[in-house]
Design a protein around this ligand. Sequence first.
Ligand code: NAG
Ligand code: NAG
Ligand code: NAG
Length: 256
Amino acid sequence: MPSVTSASFAIISITIWFSTFQLSRRQAGAQLGTTPNIKHIVIGRCFSYTTLGNLGMRYDCEDIWRQFEEAVVHQSSCNVTEEHYYHLFNAMPQIWPCDRFLFWSKTRALMHTFAAVFQHLWTLEDTLVGYMFNDLIWCGQEEDPDFDFNSCPEWSTCGTHPVFSLWKQASKNFAEMACGNITVLLNGSIVNAFSRQSMFGSVELDGLNPERVNYVHIKVMSNLQGPHIESCRQGSVIDLIQILQSRGFLWTYGGT
Ligand SMILES: *[C@@H]1O[C@H](CO)[C@@H](O)[C@H](O)[C@H]1NC(C)=O
Ligand SMILES: *[C@@H]1O[C@H](CO)[C@@H](O)[C@H](O)[C@H]1NC(C)=O
Ligand SMILES: *[C@@H]1O[C@H](CO)[C@@H](O)[C@H](O)[C@H]1NC(C)=O
């Protein structure tokens, strides 16, 4: 279990819920092939996370890489499901302290600006899997037991894209683990701050367990210069509140 001191390690809480912003960004990049040197990047990140992080738990970074590779190579590039990553996730179990989970959607810029404010909260990118695979692209190829470094399909053209499936499973795990008071950070300057199509709205929200979560603190932050489109009285945030209520969650609302 990561101790509180692992907060000191250099990962500053930046993301959680996978916003559609990120999804589309990754989607655009996904026309490229697998990120060059992906093996070195992933293993390197794994070592820096586990070595510098004081995790009090042993991880075998080489084995984690092997499980990842096995899930992806030899598969048709559009045919990697969450189940393919089963052994990968088993190789890196993680438990998080309650009251520190932060989910966000379409507020990446804000997370950077206010990193200090949210530093005590943990996002998906602070987990080992999130840290290792952040911003990377990968896909395999049927004919050749290797990653395809030339091109990977776009997310939208794939039933089960290898990158999407990994993030979906990671998001699901993270949400299912969430406990105590959790924070959801939404962007009040856009229409559909809360969207059922985002990773938060489609995966994470359903993964939250009302018996583990005490309060959902909804924070809607607008850009300083506006516009202020969404709040707890107007727009999609009302939908979120209704879903939370119908599932028995307690919630609070705070805006800017
Ligand atoms: C995808 O996987 C399924 C089940 O493993 C298989 O039946 C199907 O033929 C595969 N599709 C492609 C395009 O490889
Ligand atoms: C809200 O979304 C817009 C459009 O994607 C973005 O430019 C802006 O930085 C976001 N605002 C916050 C507070 O994250
Ligand atoms: C959780 O949120 C509730 C409602 O805002 C608050 O009264 C309580 O003190 C919070 N608990 C923790 C541990 O932060």
